[in-house]
Design a protein. Structure first.
Length: 238
C-alpha cells in the first residue's frame, strides 16, 4: 500500500468527527498531541480531558479548569476549547471520573479524552484496568507510533510482556506489522475495550518516508482482519 500521511491539521476531518463526538484516545505515545489537534479543528463547544494522567504542561495554552462543576464546564466551552483536569500534583495533572465525561457530553458538542497511559512509549497493550473509557464514547482511536515498528518489543513498548502475549511472540523480537495488528484487534487489546455503539479507528503517528513500508504493511494487516476500519497515518511533525 502507498502511504500518504495526513498533517495534524487535517486529523479531525480524517476521523470524520462531524457535529458531535465523544472520542477516547488509547494506546501508545502521541495521544496528547492528537488530543489537541482534534480539539483545534472540532466545531462547536469542545472539552479536552483525561481519565488517567497528563503532564501539567500539556494544556497547549488553553484555559484549564480544575475540578469544575458541570455548569462551569458547559459555560467555559462556549468561549472555545477548554481543558479540564481534577487537580494538579506537581508536574502531573489528575484525570477525571469517566462519568463526568458522560455528563459533559450531554452539554457540549465534543468531548475528547486521553483514556490511557503509555509512559511515552510508542506502543502498548492494556493492563487489566486499562483503558479508562467513558461509557458514552462514540469513537475509540487506538494510537501507535510508527517508530515502534521494526524495533524490539522490550525496547519500545509499554507492558512488553503483554504485547508479546497478545501478538503470539517473544518479547525480544522485533515488532512486525502483523504483530502490531494482532495486538490492536485482540479482544484483550484496544478492540476489546470499546463501549457498545462506539466505533474503533487507528491512528499511526510519526509516519516518514523511512518507515512508510512498515506503516503500509500495518494498514494492510489491519484492513485484512477488519475490512472498513478507519486507519489514519499521520505525518511526523517537521
Amino acid at each position: 500500500m502507498v502511504v500518504t500521511p495526513v498533517p495534524l491539521s487535517d486529523v479531525a476531518r480524517a476521523f470524520d468527527l462531524g457535529d458531535r463526538s465523544h472520542v477516547a484516545l488509547v494506546g501508545g505515545g502521541g495521544k496528547s498531541t492528537l488530543l489537541h489537534a482534534l480539539g483545534d479543528r472540532a466545531h462547536g463547544r469542545v472539552v479536552l480531558t483525561t481519565t488517567t494522567k497528563m503532564g501539567a504542561d500539556q494544556h497547549a495554552g488553553r484555559r484549564v479548569l480544575l475540578d469544575p462543576t458541570d455548569d462551569e464546564v458547559g459555560a467555559a466551552a462556549e468561549a472555545g476549547p477548554v481543558v479540564v483536569w481534577s487537580r494538579l500534583d506537581g508536574h502531573k495533572a489528575g484525570g477525571v471520573d469517566p462519568v463526568r465525561c458522560d455528563a459533559w457530553f450531554r452539554r457540549v458538542d465534543h468531548v475528547i479524552v486521553e483514556a490511557d497511559g503509555s509512559r511515552r512509549h510508542p506502543f502498548k497493550a492494556p493492563g487489566p484496568f486499562e483503558p479508562v473509557i467513558p461509557s458514552s464514547a462514540t469513537l475509540v482511536i487506538s494510537v501507535i507510533g510508527a517508530d515502534a515498528l521494526g524495533r524490539v518489543i522490550l525496547d519500545r513498548c509499554h507492558r512488553p510482556l503483554r504485547v508479546a502475549a497478545l501478538a503470539g511472540c517473544r518479547p525480544d523480537v522485533r515488532l512486525e506489522p502483523r504483530m502490531a495488528a494482532a495486538v490492536i484487534l485482540h479482544e484483550r487489546g484496544a478492540a476489546g475495550s470499546i463501549p457498545p455503539g462506539a466505533d474503533l479507528a487507528v491512528a499511526i503517528n510519526q509516519v516518514t518516508d523511512t518507515n512508510a513500508v512498515d506503516v503500509g504493511g500495518l494498514i494492510d494487516e489491519l484492513l485484512e482482519q477488519r475490512p472498513g476500519l478507519r486507519v489514519v497515518p499521520i505525518a511526523r511533525l517537521p
